[in-house]
Structures are given as structure tokens and as C-alpha cells.
Design a protein around this ligand. Structure first.
Ligand SMILES: *Cc1c(COP(=O)(O)O)cnc(C)c1O
Length: 384
């Protein structure tokens, strides 16, 4: 970070923050320090502070500094997965008796963590429609210690007003946590809008190539950063050096990839809106989307995820998912290749029967960065 001031632009930070050329060799990319322990020059004589790679590893440090820079935070921490990051955060900030508000259509794994794991440890939660600020304010209790935000949400692509929710949280003495996985820091920087913690599944847009699973936390407050770092070491669900290296490699091209994801997704959404077999398109870039104005205010562009509902119900949705040739039928999102899936039977099957159940005629697209016309043609043939 030393070579950069706060004034450096996003793409510059994405390529250089935390990644000065290696002092020993001049290597322009941080090496993969595939090592568990470090020689001490006399007891406690650490070189650069490294003693054991659960506590810190130079490749992971490079990624963590880069993450802090691109999210405009003071501290970044890298984990084995997005859910490992979430678990570490929640066990750092929650104690028995505490209460957290979560999105009415939270990511299924986040919901499962609250419903099946944390509830047994005495942490209560309530799903709430985050687009409705009055409803959020009414759902806050004296025990509420955090409001957990996703925007855009998965898979319904709802939008929440981060700055407004930060005010509600802070008035209640609670933290505002934003899962920024869907937008990525290139499109939206929650800490600059008043959030206290940013969560990522770096598996998605940050990694960007469907070749690594990882997670991250970034915070504004250095004291909270210290507590999280203590728990990261105490709990141990860290990002390994090779995964850190792959994630850094992905982040370098985040800006150019997101520009293309957004352009392709816009073209796909506009094509779907006009299609007679499509009943509804959910994309925050469409002027008719209920969160369009808020999204335009807090995002640079509208992202690469598009969901739509079929006029002919669940069977038609399943047929479309099984008929594309270029869009690959699969879970996950945010990679360079386009993916298609049926949330009710795939990513969100575990939400069936819960308040987070998703419509059965819904199809979710992660629009990749392939040739736009090829993508449009593939969807046309799958819909016909
Ligand atoms: C995938 C995802 C997660 C979980 O991340 P993993 O890396 O799969 O553990 C959390 N939040 C959102 C929005 C996601 O899409």
C-alpha cells in the first residue's frame, strides 16, 4: 500500500495494493508462500512479523491489503469460504441473547447459518424486507446488534438503500453488515455509504474464474478489525496461500470484467423483457425495477445477474435451464462463463417451505463475458 495514496483509482488499487514487487527477487506478482512456519532470528525475532501461517502468511497478507484498499476499509481478512468469513464475523460480534435482522430473501447459506447453527447458540434472527425502511425500523429490538444486508439480493435481485439502513442500524446502536458479493466493490462500496462491515464470497466476482472458493471481511473501524483478526486466528478458517494468489489474480481484472458483465446483462435483460414467453424480468438496471433509483444512486452500474419468470410456470423454467448450449447449467455465479440455474430446485432448494422460498417459475442467470450476440442467440433458442 505504501506506494499509493487514498487518491489512487479503483483499477490501480486492484492491481497494485498490497503487491509491491518482491524485495528479494523483484517478482512483480507476490509469490505463493506455500509454507507453514518461519525461521526466527533468536526467540521472538520474527522477520516481517510472520511466525505461523494460520496467524499470517505473506501471500494472504497481500490479498488482505488489496481487499481493504478496494473496499475503502482499514482492514481486510481472507477466509476459506464466504461462509467461513460470515461464521467468524458472527461469532465475533454475537453472544447468546443477541438478535440480528437478515434480508427477507437472504442467500440460502446465510439463512442456514442463522437457522441451523447460530440459533442453537442463542442468537435470534428475523427476516425482514430491507427495501421497506419503516418495516426494518419496526423490526429492530433492544437486543438487535446487527442488520445484515444483501443488495442486490439472490436470486430476486431486490435492492436495499445502504445509507438509509446504516442510519437505522446506528440509531439502534447496531452494526450494518453488507454482503457485497453480488455487486463487487467495483460497482458498490458499502463502507463509503456508512456500513461497518463488508462480507464477500470471493468465490464469485472477485475470483471471477470459477476456480477458487474463498471469503473476505473488510471493516472501517481498526478496533473491530483487530477483534476479527484475533478470531480469524483463534478459529482458523483461513484462506490458503494458493487460493489467496488465485483470488488476487482475479481481482486485477475485476473492473474490466464487471464492465462487460454489466453490458451483457443489460442486453440480456432488454431481450428478455420483450420476449413473449417471459412474464417478468428482475434486473435493477431496468427503469421499471422497484429499486432502480436506489441502485442508480449507490451503484456504478447494475451488475451481471438477471432473473426472470416464465409465462408457462415451473416446467417451462426447468426446460429453459436444460435447453441452453452456451449458458452452463450450474450453481454459483460471477465467473467469466455464463451460468443458468433453477433456484427453487438448486441453490435455494433448502429454503423450500421457509419464509425464504423462491418462485418455482424463476430462472437465474449469471451473465458472463462471452460475445453478447452468442449469449442472446442461445437464450432465444432455449426459450423457443
Ligand atoms: C456464494 C455466496 C455466499 C457464500 O460464499 P461461499 O464462498 O460459497 O461460502 C454468501 N453470500 C452470497 C451472496 C453468495 O452468493
Amino acid at each position: 500500500m505504501d506506494r499509493f495514496t487514498d487518491a489512487a483509482g479503483f483499477e490501480t488499487l486492484a492491481i497494485h495494493a498490497g503487491q509491491a514487487p518482491d524485495p528479494a527477487t523483484g517478482a512483480v506478482v507476490p509469490p505463493i508462500y506455500q509454507v507453514s512456519t518461519y525461521k526466527q532470528d533468536g526467540i521472538g525475532g520474527l522477520r516481517g512479523g510472520y511466525e505461523y501461517s494460520r496467524s499470517a502468511n505473506p501471500t494472504r497478507t497481500a490479498l488482505e491489503e488489496c481487499l481493504a484498499a478496494i473496499e475503502a476499509g482499514t482492514r481486510g481478512l481472507a477466509f476459506a469460504s464466504g461462509l467461513a468469513a460470515e461464521d467468524t464475523l458472527l461469532r465475533t460480534i454475537c453472544k447468546p441473547g443477541d438478535h440480528v435482522l437478515i434480508p427477507g430473501d437472504a442467500y440460502g447459506g446465510t439463512y442456514r447459518l442463522f437457522a441451523k447453527v447460530l440459533e442453537r447458540w442463542g442468537v435470534a434472527f428475523d427476516p425482514v424486507q430491507l427495501a421497506d425502511i419503516a418495516a426494518v425500523r419496526a423490526a429492530v429490538r433492544p437486543e438487535t446488534i446487527a442488520i445484515w444486508v444483501e443488495t442486490p439480493t439472490n436470486p430476486l435481485l431486490g435492492i436495499a438503500d445502504i445509507a438509509a439502513l446504516a442510519q437505522v442500524a446506528h440509531a439502534a446502536g447496531a452494526l450494518l453488515v453488507v454482503d457485497n458479493t453480488f455487486a463487487s466493490p467495483y460497482l458498490q462500496q458499502p463502507l463509503t455509504l456508512g456500513a461497518d462491515v463488508v462480507v464477500h464470497s470471493t468465490t464469485k466476482y472477485l475470483g471471477g474464474h470459477s476456480d477458487v472458493v474463498g471469503g473476505a471481511l473488510v471493516v472501517a473501524d481498526p478496533a473491530l478489525g483487530e477483534r476479527l483478526q484475533f478470531h480469524q486466528n483463534a478459529m482458523g478458517s483461513i484462506c490458503g496461500p494458493f487460493d489467496a494468489w488465485l483470488t488476487m489474480r482475479g481481482i486485477k481484472t475485476l473492473g474490466v470484467r464487471m464492465d462487460r458483465h454489466c453490458a451483457n446483462a443489460t442486453a440480456v435483460a432488454e431481450m428478455l423483457v420483450r420476449h413473449p414467453r417471459v412474464a417478468e424480468v428482475r434486473y435493477p438496471g431496468l427503469p421499471g425495477h422497484p429499486g432502480h433509483d436506489v441502485a442508480a444512486k449507490q451503484m456504478r452500474a447494475f451488475g451481471g445477474m438477471v432473473s426472470f419468470r416464465l409465462t408457462d410456470g415451473e416446467d417451462a423454467a426447468v426446460r429453459v435451464c436444460e435447453s441452453t448450449r452456451l449458458f452452463i447449467l450450474g450453481e454459483s455465479l460471477g465467473g467469466v462463463e455464463s451460468l443458468i440455474e433453477h433456484p427453487a430446485r438448486m441453490t435455494h432448494a433448502s429454503a423450500s417451505g421457509s419464509p425464504l422460498e423462491v418462485p418455482a417459475d424463476l430462472v437465474r442467470l449469471s451473465v458472463g463475458i462471452e460475445d453478447r450476440d452468442d449469449l442472446l442467440q442461445d437464450l432465444e433458442q432455449a426459450l423457443s
